[in-house]
Design a protein around this ligand. Structure first.
Ligand code: SAM
Length: 338
């Protein structure tokens, strides 16, 4: 049985990220692009039925040549009763693999890392991930094999240099980074939580705004932001500021404001709204929202903050970016502030 989920291309990345995150993609088969009645769909291969999706049979599956999963390769190396704990997904940032390993097989991390090394000959290090914490979104990571922690990740014709033990890079945010790369042409943009340039760089490289003011509080992220501005040759577009956006966000100048932060983003709405020029502009407001509050809570927060600032709002679009944790979504609401 070759099962697939058929998804229109526009919505496919969210589903693909979710399935990957849950380890449900059948990695022996290729994801295929097909056309039906002039529309484009992705066939995402899955190993079993998936709650919330219609699973259908695939007509013409395409297989990867001699595909062997990490689990297949570890057969005979680690005990068979532990194979069920072997992760089916990991992240490749530049030439470094980031993997989180369940505690049940924590004593097998070296076998896992060596096997990944064999699977990816260009990989220079394998790093264990223990999660991301705090205002600076600093990851807790430890090298298992190799000694390289700094890398340059290439994505969508942009270069992102970072130390993976100090800086996060979310693969689930890829569609949003691509979307931002299509916006902002000729505009003044304020990126309030710029990090290493996740949104500022693709926007500057592809859309060429008049100016992007990129604010970042963490000195380590800020130094990579400055380096990435140089690496991508957008010094004439991005002006970087190392500071707290609650204090340094400029007022009344922006055509567009990006609030790409989650958890406490609503505490900064006043500064985000005030950054937008009096004649109006667009705010991209991110938050992590429980499923039951989609999209009422982010909309209410924006509307309340705008009212207090004496501004009018028009909700343009509400999007889910990725599953953040069980029952919680990372979302973005696009709103016009007048
Ligand atoms: C890691 S990014 C999130 C980027 C993107 N949404 C993603 O997940 O890939 C958020 C950044 O905001 C920064 N930050 C947090 N609070 C801030 C503040 N008050 N002012 C400026 N930057 C801040 C953090 O240091 C972090 O680098």
């Amino acid at each position: 049985m070759n099962k697939i989920i058929l998804i229109p291309v526009e919505n496919a990345e969210i589903t693909r990220s979710e399935l990957l995150w849950k380890g449900l993609i059948d990695r022996s088969r290729k994801i295929k692009l097909i056309r039906q009645k002039g529309k484009r769909f992705l066939e995402i291969p899955v190993g079993s039925d998936v709650e919330g999706y219609t699973v259908i049979e695939q007509d013409a599956p395409e297989y990867y040549e001699k595909y062997q999963s990490l689990k297949d390769r570890l057969e005979g190396i680690i005990p068979s009763d532990e194979l069920k704990y072997v992760p089916s997904g990991w992240q490749m940032i530049g030439d470094i693999i980031i993997i989180s390993i369940p505690k049940e097989i924590n004593n097998k991390i070296t076998d896992i890392a060596k096997t990944l090394f064999d699977m990816y000959p260009r990989c220079k290090s394998v790093v264990q991930d223990f999660g991301i914490k705090g205002q600076f979104r600093k990851p807790n990571r430890k090298i298992i094999i190799g000694d390289k922690v700094e890398t340059i990740h290439k994505e969508h014709k942009c270069l992102f240099k970072m130390d993976v033990t100090k800086i996060m890079y979310s693969k689930g945010n890829l569609p949003e980074r691509e979307r931002m790369s299509e916006l902002g042409s000729e505009e003044i943009v304020v990126d309030m939580f710029a990090g290493i340039g996740y949104f500022s760089i693709p926007m500057a490289v592809h859309s060429k705004p008049r100016q992007v003011i990129a604010i970042e509080i963490n000195p380590v992220s800020y130094s990579y932001l400055c380096e990435n501005i140089r690496l991508n040759h957008v010094e004439n577009i991005i002006k970087s500021i190392n500071g707290d956006c609650a204090k340094v966000t400029p007022q009344g100048i922006a055509d567009r404001v990006i609030m790409g932060y989650v958890g406490v983003t609503h505490h900064y709405l006043d500064q985000g709204i005030r950054a937008i020029k009096k004649s109006g502009g667009i705010l991209h407001y991110h938050e992590t929202t429980p499923e039951s509050l989609l999209f009422d809570r982010p909309i209410a927060r924006i509307t309340d903050a705008a009212r207090l600032a004496g501004r009018r709002v028009e909700i343009k679009e509400c999007r889910r970016i990725k599953k953040y944790s069980p029952g919680v979504w990372h979302v973005v609401v696009d709103v016009r502030i007048q």
